[in-house]
Design a protein around this ligand. Structure first.
Ligand code: FMN
Length: 245
């Protein structure tokens, strides 16, 4: 049987961070389960965060009025994306090429995990850049293919992140408000929009203010969860058919 593949998109500058430890636990746990694990270490790669015309090789369709989405879609179809974007898209696709040799987007048992520290209630800029530049029109979505009919509907994805604030601060009646509101743009607007089955987020609350035994317990819980992550029921969202387009 072909080997199953998981991709961890990772954004932290320090190998001594809790995020690095969470990434290492994920690599170990998924490898133990028989997965081939790919890691995109965005800071180490010096991944370019800005979506610019440099992402396209060759001539632009409309140099007078540059429209990133349109230009990227044409460049993707014609194999003219910059090498760094093409390489990341290949990672997103790779598992099904290995597993089923079918339509390159139709696979099961694939997980994409975004691992990051919460910055200003969202992801770090470098990870937003990865999303902007890699999950492009045509490759990751189209007007016909989104949400329930999304291109990656047979793949799973999840957010895994650390916070500075404590869990009690992220409730609907507390200082920062409900964490689920912060996660909606990422979980619905990015992952589900592209069709991913979204797994519950893995939240490591305030590791910097947690004693060593508490940090170890968080990592143990993560390891245990990953052991059964492919049997988890994804989060539920309102079906697309409820809405008129
Ligand atoms: N912590 C929060 O709880 N909410 C935030 O909005 C938030 N914004 C941050 C923005 C920046 C630019 C930085 C550097 C930190 C921010 N933090 C915030 C704290 C980090 O989330 C925290 O330091 C990190 O999750 C700790 O994990 P680590 O040990 O792996 O670095």
């Amino acid at each position: 049987m072909a080997q199953k593949t998981a991709l961890i998109v990772y954004a932290h500058q320090s190998p001594a961070s809790f995020n690095a430890a969470a990434r290492d636990v994920a690599v170990q746990a998924l490898t133990k389960k028989g997965y081939k694990v790919l890691v995109s270490d965005l800071y180490a790669m010096k991944f370019k965060a800005s979506a610019t015309a440099e992402d396209i090789k060759g001539d632009l369709q409309n140099p007078e009025h540059f429209v990133y989405n349109n230009e990227m879609m044409v460049a993707w179809k014609e194999g003219r994306l910059s090498d760094d974007v093409a390489e990341e898209q290949h990672k997103v696709e790779q598992a099904d090429l290995i597993i089923f040799q079918l339509d390159r987007r139709r696979i099961i048992c694939f997980v994409m995990s975004l691992q990051y520290p919460l910055y200003w209630f969202t992801i770090p800029a470098i990870m937003k850049g990865w999303i902007d530049r890699v999950l492009t029109q045509g490759f990751a979505f189209s007007m016909q293919n989104m949400y329930d009919n999304g291109i990656f509907k047979n793949k799973r994805a999840m957010l895994s992140f650390t916070t500075g604030g404590m869990e009690s601060m992220y409730k609907d009646d507390s200082l920062h408000g409900d964490i689920n509101i912060l996660l909606w743009p990422l979980q619905n607007g990015v992952l589900r929009f592209c069709g991913f089955q979204v797994l519950a987020p893995q939240i490591f609350w305030s590791p910097a203010y947690t004693p060593p035994e508490g940090r170890a317990a968080m990592l143990d819980g993560w390891r245990e969860r990953l052991g059964g992550v492919f049997e988890e029921k994804p989060l539920s969202f309102a079906p697309s058919e409820y809405f008129d387009l």
